[in-house]
Ligand binder design. Structure first.
Ligand code: 5RP
Length: 222
């Protein structure tokens, strides 16, 4: 099976977690996109969705799914999203698609985080994938220096030769080569750097369930 077929398989399996008549939180990225396409097929069963990025909101609307502003929603039963890396304990690196802050905010409101990923994302120790950190633009230099002192190479993410600008008007620094033995401690330490909006470690609130696409079928970790 190709990586896309594995992503499609987990996207289909995640429909089981959609609660009828409720609002669902929806993530960002290629796996989340496959999920949105599946959600479109059962859109009449749900009230609508909260999107974790402008791109996701656009795709949801293209399927005729109502998109709610998070400020209108107090809680939701489930948030469904991909990951760049995930451990068997459910700690994740996210933000390869630069949507980490909105993803973390929407996930914080959901009762359950269902991670959908192809099997290549499962790791014992996080950190091979560069850790995305969203920063206030005027602080990218100072934050990069502080990240480097934690033992990584801090690289400003570029698009077309210029700093990539997130949906929140901020920049992304990718922390390359960070040793993440204790994901919750590193999540807290980086979030405490002045100028950081948030970082892509989802350890304090990780995945409740992970649906992993493998050649032997969809495996559930919980
Ligand atoms: C976007 C994310 C994505 O969930 C992550 O990058 C995985 O993406 P994909 O499903 O395309 O592999 O965190 O900010």
């Amino acid at each position: 099976m190709t990586q896309d077929e594995l992503k499609q398989a987990v996207a289909r399996a995640a429909i089981e977690y959609v609660v009828d008549g409720e609002i669902i939180g929806v993530g960002t990225g290629s796996t989340a996109n496959f999920f949105i396409d599946e959600l479109g097929k059962i859109k009449d069963r749900i009230k609508g969705a909260v999107a974790s990025s402008e791109a996701t909101a656009e795709r949801l609307r293209a399927h005729g799914i109502k998109v709610f502003d998070l400020n209108e929603v107090e809680t939701m039963p489930v948030y469904i999203d991909g990951a760049d890396e995930i451990t068997p304990q459910g700690a994740m690196i996210k933000g390869g698609g630069a949507a980490l802050t909105r993803e973390k905010i929407v996930a914080s409101v959901a009762q359950k985080f269902v991670c959908i990923a192809d099997g290549s994302k499962l790791v014992d120790v996080l950190g091979k994938f560069p850790l995305p950190v969203e920063v206030i633009p005027m602080a990218h230099g100072v934050v990069a220096r502080k990240l480097s002192s934690l033992g990584c190479e801090a690289k400003l993410r570029l698009k077309d030769g210029k700093p990539l600008v997130t949906d929140n008007g901020c920049y992304i620094i990718d922390a390359v080569g960070m040793q993440i033995a204790d994901p919750a401690a590193i999540e807290d330490a980086i979030n405490n750097i002045v100028g950081v909006v948030t970082n892509g470690l989802f350890a304090r609130k990780g995945a409740t369930v992970c649906l992993l696409g493998t050649a032997d079928g969809v495996k559930k970790l919980e």
